[in-house]
Design a protein around this ligand. Structure first.
Ligand SMILES: Cc1cc2nc3c(=O)[nH]c(=O)nc-3n(C[C@H](O)[C@H](O)[C@H](O)COP(=O)(O)OP(=O)(O)OC[C@H]3O[C@@H](n4cnc5c(N)ncnc54)[C@H](O)[C@@H]3O)c2cc1C
Length: 379
């Protein structure tokens, strides 16, 4: 089976092309959400910026993900407050809420602001949800406790919290649009050109590679992590109005406007094989995903698409944004949570290159003392 994502199969609108042979002041490596966001900010400020993408725009994780546009970083808000402290956790949350507003402005029909539902699989997870709910409430962030779940969720889960301002993306359509915004602002975008850091003659290089950071900057504490997804034929009924996730993000699904179910996860059944940058599906995980579809839908619809993608995980699940070698910058390591964060961090790294010092840069400083590797992470 072809393992291109359902999202990338949609024909692209086409990019305003601008090709110049001159020297760029900044070169961005990677044409996902991070690289396109960075290129957009730099081009808007009049910087001569060139972006190289080895495949096509959104060809990496940005066009292969689950399409969840969630606020926050990978850790739930109560854990973020514990690990980062109240002030920093709040800054990250606000940063990503602003990023969601920006997605809404720029993405058109690639974004539906329908909220997201985090479900409790068991009593323990219900307590975890309660902690996140209370931590968000205490800091004045919108969140709703949900006890009455509709069938079949009432049978499978023990309550949920609704994040009302999150949303659902067609991620490839969104990032292609973001690239078009960057190109219209003057960024030069070169697809199907892989580059190395060493060959580039420029003032600053931005490595916007997330799961490909280990290949490009192996000294950084980032691990390539694979996620697998499938999509079904349109379901017989409309069952799910917004992105849903459970078991700490190891199960996630959304039903698309045309009725298809996009569902991913089950990585926790095989951590060893999923620590890889190979974008291939495997039968054991795909079989588990299919069995899970049946639980959620009540029958086995035809699976029309299967794909895999790779993201970058950091030991403390907090991204890295900053200068890591002379004139070499990085933005990535979203630990499976990069749709809103990637937009924000691409902009942050651009502003850092321009000499600004937004407060979030200190939180994402690649030189921070990182925690030991945790055994599990989200998604
Ligand atoms: C299966 C899966 C499900 C996910 N689900 C979600 C979700 O629902 N919500 C969420 O918020 N996040 C999710 N994520 C994470 C999110 O997709 C990523 O964190 C985000 O897209 C990273 O964007 P990026 O631009 O930093 O990296 P990418 O989109 O991976 O872009 C990096 C690009 O760099 C290119 N590249 C690599 N090396 C070179 C080179 N030498 N020269 C030129 N180009 C190069 C690659 O081809 C790639 O296109 C998921 C990820 C996966 C894989």
């Amino acid at each position: 089976m072809d393992t291109t994502s359902l999202w990338l199969k949609e024909p692209p609108d086409g990019l305003p092309r601008s090709r110049s042979e001159g020297r760029a002041e900044v070169v961005v490596i990677g044409g996902g959400v991070t690289g396109c966001s960075c290129a957009l900010t730099l081009a808007e400020r009049g910087v001569r910026v060139r972006l190289y993408e080895a495949r096509e725009i959104a060809g990496g994780a940005s066009g292969r993900n689950g399409g969840f546009a969630l606020r926050g970083a990978a850790a739930p808000y109560d854990e973020a407050r514990r690990d980062l402290g109240d002030e920093r956790a709040r800054l990250v949350m606000e940063l990503t809420e602003r990023a969601l507003d920006r997605i809404e402005e720029l993405a058109g029909d690639a974004f539906r602001r329908v909220g997201s539902l985090r479900l409790a699989f068991d009593e323990r997870e219900r307590e975890a949800l309660r902690r996140e709910h209370d931590a968000l409430r205490e800091h004045g962030f919108a969140v709703e406790w949900v006890d009455q779940l509709e069938p079949p969720l009432d049978r499978l889960y023990r309550g949920a919290i609704l994040h009302p301002h999150d949303g659902a993306l067609q991620p490839a359509r969104w990032v292609r649009r973001l690239a078009a915004h960057a190109a219209s602002a003057g960024a030069e975008i070169r697809e199907r050109e892989a580059v190395t850091i060493e060959e580039l003659d420029t003032d600053a290089i931005v490595v916007a590679g997330d799961g490909f950071i280990p290949q490009l900057l192996p000294e950084l504490p980032v691990r390539a992590t694979r996620g697998q997804v499938l999509a079904t034929e349109p379901l017989r009924a409309r069952l799910y109005e917004r992105p849903h996730y459970a078991r700490g993000g190891y199960d996630y699904w959304q039903q698309l406007p045309d009725g298809r179910l996009v569902l991913g996860g089950k990585r926790d059944s095989s951590f060893e094989t999923e620590h890889t940058d190979v974008e291939e599906t495997t039968a054991p995980i795909q079989d588990r995903l299919e069995a899970f579809v049946e639980q959620l839908v009540g029958y086995r619809p035809e699976v029309t698409d299967r794909w895999a993608g790779v993201w970058g995980t950091t030991p403390d699940l907090v991204p890295l944004v900053g200068e890591v070698r002379d004139r070499v910058w990085v933005a990535g390591g979203y630990s499976g949570h990069g749709n809103a964060l990637g937009l924000a961090c691409g902009d942050l790294v651009a502003r850092a290159i321009l000499g600004e010092r937004p407060p979030e840069l200190e939180i994402f400083d690649p030189a921070r003392a990182v925690l030991p590797w945790q055994s599990a992470s989200h998604g």
